[in-house]
Ligand binder design. Structure first.
Ligand code: PGA
Length: 248
């Protein structure tokens, strides 16, 4: 893998003033790819002041245009400068009724518009305790593969986000993350995808003090960062850790 990718997921946070202050403390680093996925209304503001960092959104409609009140299409996101879009985040799956089928369709929409979908997968605590981690993730990946094929998979980024680690302060250990990332890479290879070229990010309570250990793992190609991406100093420290472990 050339260099790592660190993506901030701002979730439902921000204001014009707060975004300015946050971005004022962030600088693009050489040797790591950086991106921020921001709420729709702030795409223009954030896009206009990013230099050396990519812009992304946090979800996308499966539809291209028409009578779908409240939806935002992938083409619209591309037109306003997005490179990435997160699809299938566990908060969208559990709070907003998304499932493997809709996630597949959204991934199709993103690719159609030339966006890079960041496809989120991950197990709940109950599923982990039942020993079903790769079974659950395999189903999530399969639903996407059925929609976009192996060719499509090669144009995605996968984010492994164990549900029990998101926003809880309890990140997966570096070894736990590595084990699942290796499993995902194996799954990709077994299904004929160019597994070594597909980035697999880890997300779930990544902080400045655990980023280094996570990014040192051979199959962890970067991170999807929630809470810590809202504090410039923390986000930059995480990006520095990714830079120091680039080429993993
Ligand atoms: P967190 O969120 O870093 O706040 O745990 C990660 C995510 O939901 O993408």
């Amino acid at each position: 893998m050339a260099q790592k990718l660190v993506v901030g997921n701002w979730k439902l946070n921000g204001s014009l003033a707060a975004n300015d202050a946050l971005l004022g403390g962030c600088v693009a680093l050489v040797g790591v790819d950086m991106a921020v996925c921001v709420p729709f209304p702030y795409l223009a503001q954030v896009g206009s002041c990013l230099t050396g960092m990519a812009l992304g959104a946090q979800t996308v409609s499966e539809f291209q245009s028409g009578a779908y009140t409240g939806e935002v299409s992938a083409e619209m996101l591309a037109e306003v400068g997005c490179r990435y879009v997160i699809v299938g985040h566990s908060e969208r799956r559990t709070l907003f009724g998304e499932n493997n089928v809709t996630v597949g369709r959204k991934t199709v929409a993103a690719l159609r518009a030339g966006l890079v979908p960041i496809v989120c997968v991950g197990e709940s605590l109950a599923e982990r305790e039942a020993g079903q981690v790769m079974e659950v993730i395999g189903r999530q990946l399969d639903a996407v593969r059925e929609c976009i094929g192996v060719q499509g998979l090669s144009r995605t980024v996968i984010a492994y986000e164990p549900v029990w680690a998101i926003g809880t302060g309890r990140a997966a250990s570096a070894d736990e993350a590595q084990e699942v990332h290796a499993g995902i890479r194996r799954w990709l290879a077994e299904h004929g995808a160019p597994a070594e070229e597909i980035r697999i990010l880890y997300g779930g309570s990544v902080k400045a003090d655990n980023a280094e250990a996570l990014f040192a793992m051979p199959d962890v190609d970067g991170g999807l960062i929630g809470g810590a991406s809202l504090v410039a100093r923390d986000f930059m420290a995480i990006c520095q850790a990714a830079m120091a472990n680039g080429g993993g």
